[in-house]
Design a protein. Structure first.
Ligand SMILES: NC(=O)C1=CN([C@@H]2O[C@H](COP(=O)(O)OP(=O)(O)OC[C@H]3O[C@@H](n4cnc5c(N)ncnc54)[C@H](OP(=O)(O)O)[C@@H]3O)[C@@H](O)[C@H]2O)C=CC1
Ligand SMILES: O=C(CO)COP(=O)(O)O
Length: 338
């Protein structure tokens, strides 16, 4: 393990990030085959070199092909990238695993925590596939799909318990516009990625009500404190939360109108219901589900988590967005670094 000298990468999931990440992979010299859940998406990628549903207007490199057949997507791939919504990973894995090479490394792009089991995506892959941790990696950072697809410069983290595997993957991902850093802190990267989506929902709710930069900066900063509190308690390196997969992604997602999570929160803040928002888009806003799993995880760990608690209350319809900020401000006062 650790060399990854092949050329073919299978990307399982043809949404915004699976497609944009395929551009990075192709620009870095890989041949990419994207598995698409719907045949028409695969046909659009093969025939017009465009994913019209998720990245309209972006021309895809010719090194990218697509198929609806998992066996065809996975044939000959030594790197397997998983890019389906987090809550669907467990049900999807049995479709893919029979065709995954025994030596292949599986790379999770997903930013969520499973409802019910409260597991991270790498834990779900390890459990369902009975796969050792040195064959599972995570890529996470401030990587809004459309900006990456436009080849705007960005950095990210590729994390694996086996540093040699992380370094091999780093080489396979390093493109003219995309700079990956290695890490061995898989857990820290995954909690950073899942938590920032919930904070972005919260920021969106504030923005939707017309609040400005003091409010959003306060939420981002306290969101980072909350993320670090939980992740460190569960074993993360605190410096990971200060890095690209923590602070970097938090700032990008909370600041950008491109973020689906922030947009979801903004629509709630403007008065739309959760059901209306789901009906208005095909795209996933992971935080709307992971707020419940992270809340349960924080409760199980005995960690104070006011932002995930409040976001979950709003998503469940038990708190209105106009009550949200008051719920934060009126909490018992305490020391900042407590
Ligand atoms: N977009 C971004 O900027 C980034 C996203 N991520 C993470 O990547 C992951 C994937 O997100 P993204 O690509 O953006 O999501 P999108 O919503 O853009 O696309 C989701 C993809 O998954 C498919 N899908 C939906 N439901 C299922 C299901 N039940 N089983 C199998 N496939 C399904 C969709 O297929 P169909 O079209 O048929 O519905 C579509 O191809 C998420 O965890 C997200 O947090 C990470 C970094 C950046
Ligand atoms: O993870 C992301 C950027 O790094 C994308 O965020 P959204 O899922 O909110 O669009």
């Amino acid at each position: 393990m650790g060399n990854l000298l092949g050329k073919k990468v299978a990307v399982l999931g043809a949404g915004s990030w699976g497609t944009a990440f395929s551009i990075v992979l192709a620009d870095a010299g890989n041949d990419v085959c994207i598995w698409a859940r719907r045949e028409e998406v695969a046909a659009s990628i093969n025939e017009s070199h465009e994913n019209t549903d998720y990245l309209a207007g972006i021309e895809l490199p010719r090194a990218i092909s697509s198929t609806h057949d998992p066996e065809q997507a996975l044939a000959g791939a030594d790197v397997v990238v998983l890019a389906v919504p987090s809550q669907s990973l467990r049900e999807n894995l049995p479709t893919f695993l029979p065709y995954v090479d025994d030596e292949a490394v599986l790379v999770s792009l997903m930013k969520g925590v499973e409802l019910g089991t409260l597991k991270r995506m790498s834990e779900v892959i390890a459990e369902v596939g009975d796969i050792a941790e040195d064959r599972i990696a995570v890529v996470s950072g401030p990587n809004l799909a459309r900006e990456i697809a436009r080849r705007e410069p960005a950095a990210s983290v590729v994390a694996c318990a086996d540093e040699g595997v992380a370094t091999s993957l780093q080489k396979r991902l390093h493109s003219p516009a995309f700079r990956p850093y290695t890490s061995v802190d898989v857990l820290g990267c995954e909690y950073g990625g899942a938590y920032k989506n919930v904070v972005a929902l919260c920021v969106g709710m504030a923005v939707g009500q017309g609040f400005g930069d003091n409010t959003t900066a306060s939420l981002i900063t306290r969101g980072l404190a909350e993320t670090a509190r939980l992740a460190m308690n569960l074993g993360a390196n605190p410096l990971t939360l200060m890095g690209l997969a923590g602070l970097g992604d938090l700032v990008a997602t909370c600041s950008s109108p491109l973020s689906r999570n922030r947009t979801f929160g903004e629509k709630l803040g403007q008065g739309m219901t959760v059901e209306e928002i789901y009906a208005s888009t095909r795209q996933v806003a992971e935080g709307a589900k992971s707020c419940s799993s992270l809340r349960a995880l924080a409760a199980r760990t005995g960690i104070d988590a006011p932002i995930v608690d409040a976001v979950d209350e709003v998503v469940q319809g038990r708190l209105t967005t106009s009550q949200l900020m008051d719920a934060f401000i009126s909490r018992d006062t305490k020391a900042e670094l407590s």
